[in-house]
Structure formats: structure tokens, C-alpha cells
Design a protein around this ligand. Structure first.
Ligand code: CA
Length: 228
């Protein structure tokens, strides 16, 4: 069993490493989020112990990015006492369990064992259209492997367009599927959100993915396969 420990507090990292090694685990330690993300992406770990409070990339971001990169090693998040938003955020970010600091080492071991024993989670299918990927469970979007940060509404709109890629969807259909039924706000709300999405997806002068079909609606263009 190989475990990655991502923790910036040296004393804590050393103690966890020593304890895990005594239990027969192989342990790698990363001292910040960037390093944790790198190692977690490069190697297939049986589990990852991930502190939330890290310099630079925090634990939530590391977890999200690992999931976005298709790394599903079970993640045990370490959070501060009383940091309820961190616990919720951690689970939303794709962590499998959390442990509140300070903790008894025996509890960390028990939770790790439980995580490793558990069958790999059933993951819903990730939607892929060209270089766009959207994971409905992890709530992540990437374009060409780069994470794209979307609001909840933008995410829902993109998910709907991706499920109907290559098809023109009318504004009425989008309103029905993405907005609440009782929505009675301003009528160009969809155009506004399409604008937001385009800005986030097509930055750096990348070819535009969402086309306007005048008088009808919008079309998400499936990427042409790269020519050999
Ligand atoms: Ca820390």
C-alpha cells in the first residue's frame, strides 16, 4: 500500500509518516499543494491524506484538480476543528472522508483502512466533447486539460449544451432545462450566460465552441478530429 501525505506542518507530516511506515505502508510526503498535486497525478496511490490548510494551492483545490485529472485514489481530508465549510467543501471537491484535527493516530489508521478496503467508487460517466470534459459528480470542467472555473448556472448550461452537442438548442429548451420553471427574469438571460461561458471557455484565442444560430438558438460544436 502506498500512501501520499500532503501536509505542510513538518512535525505533523513526520509523525504521520512514521506511524504509517510502522504499519507497513509506503509513504510519500508532499509539503505543499503544488507538490501534492504533482505527485498525486504522477503516481497511483492507494490513498491520499490531504490537509486542507496548505500554502499556495489548498487541499480542496488539490482534490478537485486530482479528480478533474481522473485520479480517483481515496482522499482523506484533514480539517481544522469547527471548519464545517471545509468539511462540506472537501466532500464536494471529491474527498471520500475527513478527519478533524487534532486526531488520534489510531483513528487515522482506521479510516484509511476503511477507505482502501472500500471498492472503488462508481463514477458517473464524464461528458467529453472534443477537448471539453465535464464531470457531473465532481462538478469540474476542463478544456484541453486546463480547469475552467464556472458558476453553478454556467455549469448547468454547459452540461446541457454538451449533452446536446452538435444539435441546435433553442432558447426555450435551454430555459426549460437550465432555469427554474418559474423563472421570469429578463428575457436575454441566456444570451448573457452564453457570453460568460464563451469568455471562460474560449479565452487565449482558442476557437469558439458555442455558435449562435441566428433566430434559433445555440450550438455546441463538436471538435473536428485532429487531422493526421
Ligand atoms: Ca497545514
Amino acid at each position: 500500500m502506498r500512501i501520499l501525505v500532503v501536509e505542510d506542518e513538518e512535525k505533523m507530516a513526520r509523525a504521520v509518516r512514521r506511524g504509517l511506515e510502522q504499519e507497513g505502508y509506503a509513504v510519500d510526503v508532499a509539503a505543499d499543494g503544488e507538490e501534492g498535486l504533482f505527485q498525486g497525478t504522477e503516481h497511483a496511490y492507494d490513498a491520499i491524506v490531504l490537509d486542507v490548510m496548505l500554502p499556495g494551492l489548498n487541499g480542496l483545490e488539490v482534490c478537485e484538480r486530482l479528480r478533474a485529472a481522473g485520479r480517483w485514489a481515496p482522499v482523506l481530508m484533514l480539517t481544522a476543528r469547527d471548519a464545517v465549510p471545509d468539511r462540506i467543501g472537501g466532500l464536494d471537491a471529491g474527498a471520500d472522508d475527513y478527519l478533524v484535527k487534532p486526531f488520534a493516530f489510531g483513528e487515522l489508521l482506521a479510516r484509511l483502512r476503511a477507505l482502501v478496503r472500500r471498492c472503488p467508487r462508481e463514477r458517473p460517466v464524464v461528458l467529453t466533447v472534443g477537448d471539453l470534459q465535464l464531470d457531473p459528480a465532481a462538478h469540474t470542467v476542463t478544456r484541453a486539460g486546463q480547469p475552467v472555473d464556472l458558476s453553478a448556472r454556467e455549469f448547468a448550461l454547459l452540461e446541457y449544451l454538451m449533452r446536446n452537442a452538435g444539435e441546435v438548442v433553442t432558447r426555450t429548451r435551454i430555459l426549460d432545462h437550465v432555469w427554474d420553471y418559474d423563472y421570469d427574469g429578463f428575457s436575454n438571460v441566456i444570451d448573457v450566460y452564453i457570453g460568460y461561458l464563451r469568455r471562460k471557455l474560449d479565452e487565449d484565442g482558442r476557437p469558439q465552441r458555442i455558435r449562435t444560430v441566428r433566430g434559433v438558438g445555440y450550438l455546441l460544436v463538436p471538435q473536428e478530429p485532429a487531422s493526421p
